[in-house]
Design a protein around this ligand. Structure first.
Ligand code: FES
Ligand code: FES
Length: 155
């Protein structure tokens, strides 16, 4: 089978593998690494459920081929915090009751962290615009926006 070498950092640990060039980052995370916190919603770049951080930027992992990430730093929700050791961002999501079923939550948290990393939000409209790539089928947008605002301002 045709494979290509690629190396990267995943949740702080170096990885060096050879993999089929058509493998997406999302499928690698879920099916090879069992990091199922990253969700597969549409698998077509429409819902944001698969959002992870690559070099601190938000990326739809369903649209990203793993072999294109040579030398990159990849962080999933499992690398942000755990049930026993929640990150500040996860704690804020709980405090603001910013989820219902939780399916979209890992992607929402990754997007808010990327938004804070970018640091160019100057209005409520810009904040909502940034978060518009992450759909919530439970329509928890009111509290999601509150949590995103707090993460941007406080953490
Ligand atoms: S699963 Fe990637 S955007 Fe929907
Ligand atoms: S909390 Fe259910 S999809 Fe967002």
């Amino acid at each position: 089978m045709n494979t290509n070498p690629v190396h990267f950092t995943l949740n702080g640990k170096p990885v060096k593998i050879s993999i089929e060039p058509w493998t997406t980052l999302l499928d690698y995370l879920r099916y090879h690494k069992k990091l199922v916190g990253t969700k597969k919603g549409c698998d077509h770049g429409q819902c944001g459920a698969c959002t992870v951080l690559v070099d601190g930027n938000s990326v739809n992992s369903c649209l990203c081929l793993l072999v294109s990430l040579d030398g990159k730093d990849i962080t999933t929700i499992e690398g942000i915090g755990t049930a026993d050791n929640l990150s500040v961002e996860q704690q804020i999501f709980i405090e603001e009751d910013a989820y219902q079923c939780g399916f979209c939550t890992p992607g929402q948290i990754c997007s808010t962290i990327a938004m804070r990393n970018r640091g160019e939000i100057n209005s409520e409209e810009e904040l909502k615009d940034w978060m518009s790539g992450n759909l919530c089928r439970c329509a928890a947008y009111k509290n999601l926006t509150k949590a995103a605002r707090r993460i941007y301002k406080e953490s």
